[in-house]
Design a protein around this ligand. Sequence first.
Ligand code: GLC
Length: 324
Amino acid sequence: MTRTLFVLVAAALALAAPAAARDVMRCEIVGNALDEPSEGEWGVTIDTAWFDDIKAAGFDTVRVPVRWSAHTGEGPDYLIDAAFRDRVDEVLQAALDADLQVIVNVHHFEELMDDPRGQYLKLLNIWNQLGAHYADWPDALHFELVNEPHTALSGAVMRQTLLSALEIVRRTNPTRTVILGGDGYSSIRSFSSLPPVDDPNVVVTFHYYDPFRFTHQRAGWAGPEVADVTRGWPEPGDRAQLEADGDIAAGVQETLGRPVFLGEFGAYEQGPYEDRLRYINAVRETFEAKDIGWCLWNFTGTFPLWSSETGFDARQLKALGLQE
Ligand code: GLC
């Protein structure tokens, strides 16, 4: 190959590579805030100064869950409330200014989960507005179309919903990284529910809270089967299960030839602390070893990595490989 041809081919490959998505390796979720019915209702109001601290701790990305569906007018336009959008902008901009990549999503759209056909146009209108509004924002801003599809938003209806939302976004954001998760709360068993998408800037995500009886023991919102549980980690078989799950995600990544992203993991604070550290460390190491980036739930509120009284939990940072 001549040198000129080589340079041209290399340049074409570089253009095709989803470079931005690959940079998401160590991510923290700043949840329990803009995903509340209204910010502050569950006790967390985002301080934009947090993002410098998150960056300094070693994270490269933040994921910011947003309950857009609670801040629109009526159909058919479903106009997003301008004051709410300004507040989200302020938060996203502060994270970008801290030199972090930012994932913004549609979180807790529960009506869509229960009635996808009835709420479908609302989702598309939300993404139509967000796509236009953020079209000129830097590539470091990533979109995630729907957090954890579940209940009736599953199978063919889910696939059609995600594809339509993606098509709307692509009209204004042809190459922005867009993240898709499958049904059943985007668990590691959800990959096969996703639609095939021929788009180099689409990233497939999954959430990992297995074993659920460990990660959600006594979590009030997680149902009666975990209400009274006290469980450590690892129990016999747990490490083998994690290894097998790491292989599943790595296999999907290889088959797709594109990044797969662990968009949420963590363990609720009611679980035994040392076991939680062991778990966070093992999950992070397992997927990181497969070149799969991860995102920890959650900065503050539930599953806290940080609190206003004590700052960062240094041992969790260590378990994440971010501090000696
Ligand atoms: C999901 C839910 C969020 C919950 C978290 C951990 O992201 O949307 O509400 O706190 O998982 O259970």
